[in-house]
Design a protein around this ligand. Structure first.
Ligand SMILES: Cc1ncc(COP(=O)(O)O)c(C=O)c1O
Length: 383
């Protein structure tokens, strides 16, 4: 059967293909160490799992659930935003739980974009923003992030472009893959820019609680709810990527539009998952300190590995679960370097170009691997 025309504009997700290749290498007996993927290997909070298991025994656990999520889950997200970001949201109207933030990218795009609308997308950035934009028939317009500008958007450059067709601007701070934080003025400037040009700002914020002393939300800034929404997720914060729980927060009107799409696409989230996630969102400071402790040690080791491979790192603390490094000069492309370490050392790390053309010259290592495995990787490079 001939697929729909829209598929001509996108490719299978890079990692979906590459992981298959790695699996085949592993099946042939090659011990590939996968440093490519940001899927937390650490366990979720014990109480969250216990609650999920207990809830699975409830009589009504297996029925369809509300499209808006359980009150308990919305309340837990609202409390979390209050505690961690000092952001007040109305738990009845300003939070919509989602099955991960990735589905939010599609639902927001379907809710707000018409064919031919333009979308400002960071380069480098999360590839889903681009593919979803294309899938809904809108046009990606990339804004380049540069190391020398701290990987921050340059609004004065953007002002020089024709913005009349731009409907959405994707922001993603803390930024993946570079680990950059929103600088002092970023959200403030972004809100003014969005207001002036009638653009919906969407900050995709799944990494605020990994190796970050000062978590920030777009919604903490005055005027943000008038022009923006934010995506959050428990995937990285609580090691629950497979649970598929996130949320979009914003004003009632915008969330209604998103709910219109969502309620036609799924039939609610499994109740035990919602109750388990509600428990995770209540974790106290010890959870975050322990997580940081583990990731800090891993980051030290990954940095050592990257340097042993001849990569160069910026002198700044990276937020999130990746180390973003410059490849050695002798390699022409990121992909060439990534293939080289895969075949020579059996180490996989993601070439920067997976995240866009501005990722050329960089490679991304994941911290979702235990210290012993990173040490093994270091030994392989040394030998
Ligand atoms: C920038 C960014 N946004 C969203 C996601 C998806 O997260 P979730 O598990 O909440 O769908 C990822 C996952 O890798 C990501 O890197």
């Amino acid at each position: 059967m001939k697929p729909a025309n829209r598929l001509a504009f996108i490719k299978e997700y890079y990692f979906s293909k590459k992981l298959q290749e790695i699996k085949e290498m592993q099946q042939q007996g090659v011990d590939v160490i996968n440093l490519g993927i940001g899927s937390p290997d650490l366990p979720p909070p014990y109480d969250a799992v216990a609650q999920m298991q207990l809830a699975a025994k409830q009589e009504k656990a297996h029925q369809y659930q509300s499209y808006r999520g359980l009150d308990e889950l919305r309340e837990a997200f609202a409390d979390f935003y209050q505690r961690k970001f000092q952001v007040e949201v109305n738990l009845h109207t300003e939070i919509l739980p989602l099955m991960g933030s990735k589905e939010g990218v599609m639902q927001i795009s379907m809710a707000f974009l018409n064919e031919g609308d333009e979308v400002l997308i960071p380069n480098p950035g999360y590839p889903t923003y681009t593919s979803v934009t294309k899938l809904v028939g809108a046009k990606p317009v990339f804004y380049e992030l540069k190391e020398e500008q701290g990987w921050q958007p340059n609004f004065s450059d953007l002002e020089k472009q024709d913005l009349s067709k731009v409907k959405i601007m994707w922001l993603n701070y803390p930024h993946m893959p570079t680990g950059a934080k929103a600088g002092q003025h970023l959200f403030h400037d972004a809100i003014a820019f969005a207001k002036k040009h009638d653009i919906l700002l969407v900050n995709d914020n799944p990494y605020s609680f990994i190796l970050n002393d000062n978590p920030e939300s777009l919604l903490a800034y005055p005027g943000s709810k008038d022009v923006g929404v934010e995506l959050t997720s428990v995937s990285k914060t609580f090691n629950m990527a497979g649970w598929r729980v996130g949320a979009v927060l914003g004003n009632q009107e915008n969330l209604q539009h998103i709910l219109k799409v969502k309620s036609n696409m799924d039939s609610g989230m499994f109740l035990p998952i919602q109750l388990g996630a509600s428990v995770a969102l209540k974790e106290n400071e010890d959870w975050f300190k322990n997580l940081d402790f583990l990731y800090k040690n891993r980051r030290i080791k990954i940095t050592e590995l990257a340097e042993k491979l001849g990569c160069q790192l910026e002198k700044r603390d990276l937020v999130g679960m990746f180390v973003w490094a410059k490849i050695p000069n002798r390699y022409k492309t990121s992909e060439e370097f990534s293939e080289h370490i895969l075949h020579k050392h059996h180490l996989f790390a993601a070439p920067g170009t997976v995240f866009g053309s501005a990722g050329e010259g960089y490679i991304r290592f994941s911290l979702c691997v235990d210290e012993a495995t990173i040490e093994k990787a270091i030994k392989r490079v040394e030998s």
